[in-house]
Design a protein around this ligand. Structure first.
Ligand code: KG4
Ligand code: ZN
Length: 385
């Protein structure tokens, strides 16, 4: 089954084409990548110190068509002639400026050999999501291809396929927008058992980086400094940050307290003229975040008798967090830790295609969106219908 997938929830525009087969329930699932095109907008947002939704929307509009054409380049075409003429302007109203160019382009194309289109419906930035959705709707209407709305977070979780996921499974999702623990007792059944009450982990990394005058996105910068402090064994024993909620009975997180402690520390020390080295701050911050993540996650693993731990989202690129989780997981016999391949950790369209296929395979009726009113759902929850 050929699945075209589209991801525009934040600052990555991504289109992929996967040939999927088999079934993850009996471990026969596999996929081949026919096309994979991605454009990161980091350079455009950098000067603003974060993602600007309307700018992201404009960039998606500009990039979707070339990325789509690139993704389908290697695809055989179907013999059944050209696109039907569909009055897209009538369907999409005021978005037609963007679609006009697209309509002209696809009117010249033979019908692509695509069986379904998977598109991220949320969560994310609504103006950004909406561009991907109308693009997917236009393609679906033109070529009469079924449309599968996909939850972005479910994409992150299933990005570890085709490696076997044994239930009960737990996913720790850590990115710039999310920090969640999601329990999975079976396919297509997700339950959020813990989440951040304030900042997401990646957001905390980015904010602390800004306090230390490091460029955006700050996560990798902090990580680099912390690694330097570890290899040179630089530390300042009296510089200690809090580990918020580490002993609380629930599985929720809070990171804004750590960030505020860094801020006050910097202020006080600047006044006193005793500044702690950036490397030391970075290391202690990373240690504090890692300890909280490990403590909550492994308590959930104990309580729910977890067999597979999946960690997804951009923050898992952090080597210290990775090493600590790997060490801890090794001490749990019967637990398998699955990390996505590097290309699938940050936002991408491959994971949306995989999740769309699995959703369709397991519940074909409910997965296809038959209504013309698919909307961007910025606050879509994992596991919600
Ligand atoms: O998943 P992602 O690419 O985008 C979303 O937020 O959805 O995650 C981006 C986040 C940013 O906050 C970035 O600073 C963080 O992941 N990040 C890291 C590292 N690499 C990326 N945080 C800590 N250490 C890293 N090495
Ligand atoms: Zn993401």
């Amino acid at each position: 089954m050929n699945i075209l997938s589209i991801e525009t929830s934040c600052d990555e525009t991504a289109v992929a084409l996967l040939a999927c087969k088999g079934d993850p329930r009996d471990h026969t699932f596999s996929f081949d990548i026919i096309g994979n095109a991605l454009h990161s907008q980091i350079a455009s947002h950098e000067q603003f110190g974060g993602v600007v939704p309307m700018l992201a929307k404009r960039e998606h509009a500009k990039n979707l068509i070339p990325l789509f054409l690139k993704a389908i380049k290697q695809l055989d075409t179907k013999e059944e002639g050209r696109a039907e003429h569909v009055d897209l302007a009538h369907i999409f109203g005021r978005e037609t400026d963007f679609l006009n160019e697209f309509i002209e382009k696809i009117a010249t194309l033979p019908r692509p050999n695509i069986d379904a289109i998977a598109v991220t419906e949320g969560p994310g930035l609504e103006p950004a999501l909406w561009m991907g959705i109308i693009f997917a709707k236009a393609l679906s209407a033109t070529f009469d291809i079924p449309l599968i709305p996909v939850n972005h977070m479910e994409g992150h979780i299933l990005s570890v396929l085709p490696r076997p996921i044994v239930f009960p499974a737990l996913a720790l999702l850590i990115s710039g927008g999310h920090t969640e623990l999601v329990l999975m007792n079976e396919w297509n059944a997700y339950k959020v058992i813990g989440q951040t009450r304030d900042d997401a982990v990646g957001e905390a990394f980015d904010k602390v980086a800004r306090m230390l005058d490091l460029p955006y996105p700050g996560g990798p910068q902090i990580s680099k400094l912390a690694d330097i402090a570890r290899t040179t064994q630089t530390s300042t024993p009296e510089y200690i940050l809090p580990r918020p909620m580490i002993h609380s009975k629930d599985f929720d997180f809070s990171f804004s307290g750590i960030k505020t402690a860094v801020l006050y520390g910097i202020k006080e020390q600047r006044e006193a003229g005793t500044e702690t080295a950036k490397e030391v701050v970075a290391r202690e911050f990373e240690d504090a975040v890692t300890e909280v993540l490990i403590s909550k996650t492994f308590r959930a693993i104990d309580e729910h008798n977890i067999k597979t731990l999946i960690i997804g989202g951009g923050v898992i690129s952090n080597t210290h967090i990775q090493q600590e989780f790997t060490k801890m997981a090794a001490s749990y016999p019967g637990l398998t830790l699955l990390l996505p391949d590097p290309d699938l950790r940050t936002d991408n369209a491959l994971m949306i295609g995989i999740a769309g296929y699995v959703k369709y395979l397991i519940s074909p009726q409910s997965s296809v969106d038959e209504t013309p009113d698919l909307k961007a759902r910025g606050n879509l929850r994992v596991g919600s219908k």
